[in-house]
Design a protein around this ligand. Sequence first.
Ligand code: SF4
Length: 155
Amino acid sequence: MILVSSCLAGLEVRYNGTHCLNQKIRQMLDENKARTVCPELLGGFSTPREPAEIIGGDGGDVLDGKARVIEKTGRDVTELYINGAYITLRKAQELNATAVVLKEFSPSCGSSKIYNGEFLGKKMSGNGVTSALLKRNGIRVVSEEGLTDLFPEED
Ligand code: SF4
Protein backbone atom coordinates (compact mmCIF):
# COMPACT_ATOMS: atom_id res chain seq x y z
CA MET A 1 0.00 0.00 0.00
CA ILE A 2 1.21 3.50 -0.78
CA LEU A 3 0.00 6.89 0.35
CA VAL A 4 -0.49 9.58 -2.33
CA SER A 5 -1.25 13.30 -2.46
CA SER A 6 -5.00 13.78 -2.79
CA CYS A 7 -4.57 16.36 -5.56
CA LEU A 8 -2.66 13.81 -7.67
CA ALA A 9 -5.66 11.49 -7.33
CA GLY A 10 -7.90 14.15 -8.86
CA LEU A 11 -9.42 15.59 -5.68
CA GLU A 12 -9.89 19.36 -5.88
CA VAL A 13 -8.02 20.20 -2.71
CA ARG A 14 -5.26 22.53 -3.92
CA TYR A 15 -5.14 26.04 -2.48
CA ASN A 16 -7.06 27.35 -5.51
CA GLY A 17 -9.60 24.54 -5.62
CA THR A 18 -8.03 22.65 -8.51
CA HIS A 19 -6.43 19.20 -8.77
CA CYS A 20 -3.49 17.82 -10.73
CA LEU A 21 -4.70 14.37 -11.71
CA ASN A 22 -2.12 11.72 -12.49
CA GLN A 23 -3.70 8.76 -14.27
CA LYS A 24 -1.28 6.17 -12.88
CA ILE A 25 -2.10 7.25 -9.34
CA ARG A 26 -5.83 7.27 -10.04
CA GLN A 27 -5.50 3.72 -11.35
CA MET A 28 -3.69 2.62 -8.18
CA LEU A 29 -6.55 4.00 -6.09
CA ASP A 30 -9.11 2.23 -8.24
CA GLU A 31 -7.15 -1.01 -7.72
CA ASN A 32 -7.08 -0.42 -3.94
CA LYS A 33 -3.29 -0.13 -3.88
CA ALA A 34 -3.19 3.44 -2.56
CA ARG A 35 -4.80 5.80 -0.06
CA THR A 36 -4.99 9.59 -0.34
CA VAL A 37 -3.73 12.25 2.01
CA CYS A 38 -3.68 16.05 1.92
CA PRO A 39 -1.39 17.35 4.66
CA GLU A 40 -2.73 20.89 4.44
CA LEU A 41 -6.35 19.86 4.97
CA LEU A 42 -5.25 17.56 7.79
CA GLY A 43 -3.36 20.46 9.33
CA GLY A 44 -6.50 22.55 9.58
CA PHE A 45 -6.84 24.42 6.27
CA SER A 46 -9.84 24.38 3.96
CA THR A 47 -10.10 24.85 0.21
CA PRO A 48 -9.70 27.42 -1.24
CA ARG A 49 -6.94 28.92 0.89
CA GLU A 50 -4.17 31.46 0.54
CA PRO A 51 -1.02 30.30 -1.25
CA ALA A 52 1.91 29.90 1.12
CA GLU A 53 5.64 29.45 0.73
CA ILE A 54 8.52 28.63 3.05
CA ILE A 55 10.62 31.65 3.98
CA GLY A 56 14.20 31.17 5.11
CA GLY A 57 14.87 27.58 4.10
CA ASP A 58 13.01 24.37 3.32
CA GLY A 59 10.73 21.99 5.19
CA GLY A 60 13.60 20.54 7.21
CA ASP A 61 14.49 24.03 8.38
CA VAL A 62 10.85 24.59 9.34
CA LEU A 63 10.94 21.45 11.51
CA ASP A 64 14.15 22.73 13.10
CA GLY A 65 12.59 26.12 13.86
CA LYS A 66 14.88 27.92 11.40
CA ALA A 67 12.32 28.79 8.71
CA ARG A 68 8.62 29.69 8.65
CA VAL A 69 5.67 29.01 6.35
CA ILE A 70 3.99 32.28 5.43
CA GLU A 71 0.87 33.01 3.40
CA LYS A 72 1.10 35.50 0.55
CA THR A 73 -0.66 38.15 2.62
CA GLY A 74 1.69 37.61 5.55
CA ARG A 75 -0.02 35.26 8.01
CA ASP A 76 2.37 32.82 9.69
CA VAL A 77 0.91 29.33 9.21
CA THR A 78 3.93 27.31 10.28
CA GLU A 79 2.16 25.44 13.06
CA LEU A 80 -0.63 24.27 10.75
CA TYR A 81 1.93 22.89 8.29
CA ILE A 82 3.79 21.07 11.05
CA ASN A 83 0.52 19.73 12.41
CA GLY A 84 -0.45 18.35 8.99
CA ALA A 85 2.98 16.79 8.58
CA TYR A 86 2.72 14.86 11.85
CA ILE A 87 -0.80 13.61 11.09
CA THR A 88 0.41 12.45 7.67
CA LEU A 89 3.34 10.65 9.30
CA ARG A 90 0.97 8.80 11.63
CA LYS A 91 -1.22 7.79 8.69
CA ALA A 92 1.77 6.48 6.75
CA GLN A 93 2.94 4.51 9.78
CA GLU A 94 -0.52 3.08 10.48
CA LEU A 95 -0.80 1.98 6.86
CA ASN A 96 2.71 0.55 6.85
CA ALA A 97 3.08 2.45 3.61
CA THR A 98 5.93 1.20 1.46
CA ALA A 99 6.25 4.62 -0.14
CA VAL A 100 4.55 7.99 -0.29
CA VAL A 101 4.01 9.85 -3.57
CA LEU A 102 3.66 13.59 -3.00
CA LYS A 103 3.06 16.51 -5.34
CA GLU A 104 6.27 18.29 -6.31
CA PHE A 105 6.81 22.01 -5.55
CA SER A 106 4.25 22.25 -2.70
CA PRO A 107 5.42 23.74 0.64
CA SER A 108 4.00 20.58 2.24
CA CYS A 109 4.50 17.90 -0.38
CA GLY A 110 7.50 18.93 -2.51
CA SER A 111 10.21 16.28 -2.23
CA SER A 112 13.05 17.71 -4.31
CA LYS A 113 11.94 21.20 -5.29
CA ILE A 114 9.77 23.87 -3.69
CA TYR A 115 9.03 27.54 -4.36
CA ASN A 116 11.70 29.79 -2.96
CA GLY A 117 9.65 32.05 -0.71
CA GLU A 118 9.49 35.09 -3.01
CA PHE A 119 6.00 34.30 -4.43
CA LEU A 120 7.42 34.88 -7.90
CA GLY A 121 7.10 31.31 -9.20
CA LYS A 122 10.80 30.63 -8.68
CA LYS A 123 11.84 27.18 -7.45
CA MET A 124 14.75 25.93 -5.41
CA SER A 125 16.01 22.56 -4.18
CA GLY A 126 14.43 21.36 -0.96
CA ASN A 127 11.64 19.45 0.74
CA GLY A 128 8.23 20.58 1.82
CA VAL A 129 7.42 20.23 5.52
CA THR A 130 5.62 16.90 5.26
CA SER A 131 8.20 15.36 2.92
CA ALA A 132 10.99 16.39 5.26
CA LEU A 133 9.28 14.81 8.26
CA LEU A 134 8.49 11.57 6.44
CA LYS A 135 12.06 11.24 5.17
CA ARG A 136 13.45 11.87 8.65
CA ASN A 137 11.36 8.96 9.83
CA GLY A 138 12.72 6.59 7.21
CA ILE A 139 9.77 6.68 4.83
CA ARG A 140 10.46 6.69 1.11
CA VAL A 141 9.04 9.79 -0.55
CA VAL A 142 8.92 10.39 -4.29
CA SER A 143 7.14 12.95 -6.42
CA GLU A 144 4.78 12.18 -9.28
CA GLU A 145 7.86 12.56 -11.47
CA GLY A 146 9.53 9.73 -9.54
CA LEU A 147 6.68 7.28 -10.03
CA THR A 148 8.57 5.34 -12.66
CA ASP A 149 11.35 4.73 -10.12
CA LEU A 150 8.79 3.09 -7.86
CA PHE A 151 7.02 1.21 -10.61
CA PRO A 152 9.28 0.73 -13.62
CA GLU A 153 7.32 0.41 -16.84
CA GLU A 154 7.08 -3.16 -18.02
CA ASP A 155 8.11 -3.94 -21.60
FE1 SF4 B 1 -2.74 18.80 -0.41
FE2 SF4 B 1 -0.16 18.22 -0.90
FE3 SF4 B 1 -1.86 18.44 -2.91
FE4 SF4 B 1 -1.15 20.60 -1.55
S1 SF4 B 1 0.19 19.33 -2.83
S2 SF4 B 1 -3.22 20.05 -2.20
S3 SF4 B 1 -0.95 19.74 0.53
S4 SF4 B 1 -1.94 16.90 -1.26
